[in-house]
Design a protein around this ligand. Structure first.
Ligand code: NDP
Ligand code: 2IT
Length: 443
């Protein structure tokens, strides 16, 4: 089966490298498991899961501030609805294409299953670049995007949220347009403002959840975050709240980055400096190099932070940001744990290095599931027309991250005791979706 499946999938998706990468990574752990469970083989579940239920591609025309017409491309990949309505973020970034969104939607299916909440998997977005655009331009773009997307989503059908380039501002504009067109106030998006149905802790959830997961990984080895040196990439939503939780746990965060370069602050990013980052990135929408100027530390243009010695690395920017040479740098400098805040930030060769050298390595679909988990909790609160306190949502988030960790240990512990979190997350996420697909006769 291994060769047949791999040959077939490689041929079918030769022009979709990121999607192929994600599928091959998952199949490596799943195929031996499927071989031992003939029902999944008989129903060709994996073959079926790698074909989206539906893909929507559409034109997004909008007017810039000069009154000129601009055209972008919009997408929604509705990958799998076996265990709940389609669910997953929207990404606005010039690199967005079908391959990237299919990889993200495929990962989302397994991730959402791991949360134990009833959510299928999807991803969408556009090649629109919000950088350098005025608020009004972003608003007009979001309105045009939603004018088409609203035909295919709904609180019981498909519930989008944020991802790269889509935060509270964009979700607000998208929600407003959906409400205007449909004349319905419903939980059709998550990550909304608190005043109009957003859950408390949703903005914090991915970063906090990542650090809760790291805590669990360390606990297995009778170790703690306190006193650890941490390198983080990115400086957006996930990175910011990962820093906040690291500070709270007594760890020292040394780096942050954006697509232009990274800052190295040997004294550590404290709460005062983090407040500066919040304002810099979320209000002024400036570049991370301004941090170096403000606090008198080093800035490395066009470089990634993986050469800085650390105990723990948390990639929180984008896919394939840790190449094999970065992995060797991390390992040779004494890094003991890598947990992915971003989706698929480590290349397959980098993951091999981590696993061969016995690092604690957690893939994004397990470690960053806190974001979509609290999105699931936002959906529940919207259905009840009720909202829970910060404390309650935070406790639920922590318990979900602990359960995901447990599931990884259950399915991923190898004979020599090494916890292969990648294998554990893939199998644990797969089983629930596969059983639901077979039961519904969808395969
Ligand atoms: P943001 O848009 O808030 O921040 C993204 C950060 O990553 C920015 O600092 C950005 O720099 C940097 N970045 C983006 N693309 C690139 C690139 N091609 N090369 C280098 N740096 C880049 O996004 P999020 O923080 O929400 O998302 C970060 C990662 O986390 C993504 O992989 C996303 O899929 C994943 N994720 C997000 C969740 C969420 O709830 N938001 C949930 C789970 C995972 P610049 O500003 O220069 O572009
Ligand atoms: O990759 C992800 O899990 C997200 N961008 C969050 C998706 C969501 O629906 O909250």
């Amino acid at each position: 089966m291994v060769n047949d499946f791999v040959d077939c999938i490689s041929r079918r998706h030769a022009n979709e490298p990121e999607f192929l990468q994600a599928v091959l990574e998952v199949s490596e752990s799943l195929i031996p498991f499927i071989e031992k469970n003939p029902l999944y083989k008989k129903h060709k579940v994996l073959e079926c899961m790698t074909e989206p239920e539906r893909v929507i591609i559409f034109r997004v025309p909008w007017l810039n501030d000069l009154g000129e017409l601009e055209i972008n491309r919009g997408y929604r990949v509705q990958m799998n609805s076996a265990i709940g309505p389609f669910k997953g973020g929207l990404r606005f970034h010039p690199s967005v294409n079908l391959s990237i969104l299919k990889f993200l939607a495929f990962e989302q299916v397994l991730k959402n299953s791991l949360t134990t909440l009833p959510m299928g998997g999807a991803k969408g977005g556009s090649d629109f670049d919000p950088k350098g655009k005025s608020d009004r331009e972003v608003m007009r773009f979001c309105q045009s995007f939603m004018t088409e997307l609203c035909k295919y989503i709904g609180p019981n059908t498909d519930v989008p949220a944020g991802d790269i380039g889509v935060g509270g501002r964009e979700i607000g504009y998208l929600f407003g347009q959906y409400k205007r067109i449909k004349n319905e106030f419903t939980g059709v998006l998550t990550g909304k403002g608190y005043e109009f149905g957003g859950s408390l802790i949703r903005p914090e959830a991915t970063g906090y959840g990542l650090v809760y997961f790291v805590d669990e990984m360390l606990t297995v080895h009778k170790d703690v975050l306190k006193g650890k040196a941490v390198t983080i990439s990115g400086s957006g939503n996930v990175a910011q709240y990962a820093v906040e939780k690291c500070i709270e746990s007594g760890a020292t965060v040394l780096t942050l980055s954006d697509s232009d370069g990274f800052i190295y602050d040997p004294a550590g990013i404290d709460s005062r400096k983090l407040n500066y980052v919040f304002e810099l990135k979320n209000v002024r929408r400036g570049r991370i190099k301004e941090y170096a100027k403000q606090f008198g530390c080093e800035y490395f243009p066009k470089e990634k932070p993986w050469g800085i010695p650390c105990d723990i690395a948390l990639p929180c920017a984008t896919q394939n940001e840790i190449a094999v040479e970065d992995a060797y740098n991390l390992v040779n400098n004494g890094c003991m744990l890598v947990a992915e805040g971003a989706n698929m930030p480590s290349t397959p060769e980098a993951v091999e290095v981590f696993q061969e050298r016995g690092l604690l390595y957690a893939p994004g679909k397990a470690a960053n599931a806190g974001g979509v988990a609290v999105s699931g909790l936002e959906m529940s609160q919207n259905s009840m027309r009720y909202s829970w306190t910060k404390e309650k949502v935070n406790l639920k988030l922590k318990s979900i991250m602990q359960n995901i960790h447990q599931a990884c240990v259950k399915y991923g512990t190898e004979e020599n005791g090494y916890i292969n979190y990648q294998k554990g997350a893939n199998i644990a996420g797969f089983v629930k979706v596969a059983d639901a697909m077979i039961a519904q006769g969808t395969v």
